[in-house]
Structures are given as structure tokens and as C-alpha cells.
Design a protein around this ligand. Structure first.
Ligand SMILES: [Zn+2]
Length: 174
């Protein structure tokens, strides 16, 4: 698939989750991603804004979707994006971009508290560690942990990344 196919698939998946992808040529700073000025989001409206170009970072966009659908807390208030990384993992699989997602995970800082809990044999210090600095066994353990916690917390159902921002019959967000 070339990037256009990924973009089409991304739009389709976002719409299936109850959101919308909006092309935007100049994303206002308040809505802009802190790591990429070509993308942003409107959390309340469940819109992902993107200034498409041939090299649009699809993994970054998957992260934006995670903020919108896998978190009940708006991006500027969320304490750690790590809590929905397992959702991103599942979404990347659905997109057929799992290997690219794994590549980008290499430079992801894993919270030390998680490392103490999941890989105590690998790390006992008190500072976050880049995924790529962990050995194979610890990396495997982190991947399995992401998958298991995403399922346990209802972010992934039957292998699919779902939206936890459904609207109740009364119209308010659950
Ligand atoms: Zn984020």
C-alpha cells in the first residue's frame, strides 16, 4: 500500500469509531500536536486534523486517534500517554502498520514504574528507559503487557481498537 491507501484506511477506521478526519492547512496552535505541526485534534468533536503531505507520519496519526478514542481525559490533561499505547498497538495492526509502529516504539520512553512492575529483572532504576535500550526479553514483556492491559481496560475488544467515548442514550458521554 502506498501512503494514499493508508490515509483512506485511516479515515475509514476513524469514522467507524465515531470520529472524523479533517484536512486542515494551518492547524491552530491550541489544537496542534506538540510533536508534529501537520496534525492536531479537536477532542470534544472527536476530529483529527491533518495537513496531508506525501510523508505524513501515520504512526503519529495513530497516536492522535488514541487521544481521541482511547482516553476519557483530554490530551492537555492526560498524565501519561502510555496508558493507551496498547490501543495504538492494536490500531497499528489493523492498519497493517505494525512494523512501522514497532520502529517508532524504539525511541519511546517506557515509564520506570511500569518497568519495575513488568520487568523488575531488567531495571530497578528510577528514570524512564527508551524501549530500544531494553533487552529482547524485556521488550517482549512490554509488548505482552501492552496487549493485556489494553484488553483488560476495554480499549481493545476482539483484537480491535475500540472507542471508549461512546455516547449514552441520554446524550452524555460515558
Ligand atoms: Zn500524546
Amino acid at each position: 500500500m502506498d501512503n494514499c491507501d493508508y490515509i483512506a484506511l485511516y479515515c475509514k477506521l476513524v469514522e467507524a469509531l465515531g470520529g472524523k478526519v479533517r484536512p486542515h492547512s494551518n492547524i491552530p496552535e491550541a489544537y496542534r500536536s506538540p510533536f508534529d505541526r501537520t496534525m492536531g485534534l479537536d477532542y470534544v468533536k472527536k476530529e483529527i486534523w491533518v495537513n496531508w503531505f506525501p510523508g505524513t507520519d501515520m504512526i503519529g496519526l495513530i497516536h492522535e486517534a488514541g487521544h481521541v478514542f482511547a482516553s476519557k481525559i483530554p490530551p492537555n490533561e492526560v498524565e501519561s500517554d502510555f496508558v493507551f499505547l496498547g490501543w495504538e498497538q492494536a490500531f497499528a495492526k489493523e492498519m497493517g502498520l505494525y512494523n512501522d509502529w514497532l520502529d517508532s516504539l524504539q525511541s519511546y520512553w517506557i515509564p520506570w514504574q511500569v518497568l519495575h512492575e513488568i520487568t523488575p529483572w531488567a531495571y530497578s532504576g528510577q528514570g524512564d528507559i527508551e524501549y530500544s535500550d531494553l533487552d529482547d526479553r524485556a521488550q517482549e514483556a512490554i509488548l505482552a503487557y501492552l496487549e493485556a492491559t489494553a484488553i483488560a481496560s476495554g480499549l481493545v475488544v476482539d483484537g480491535r481498537a475500540v472507542s471508549i467515548r461512546e455516547v449514552s442514550a441520554a446524550g452524555s458521554e460515558l
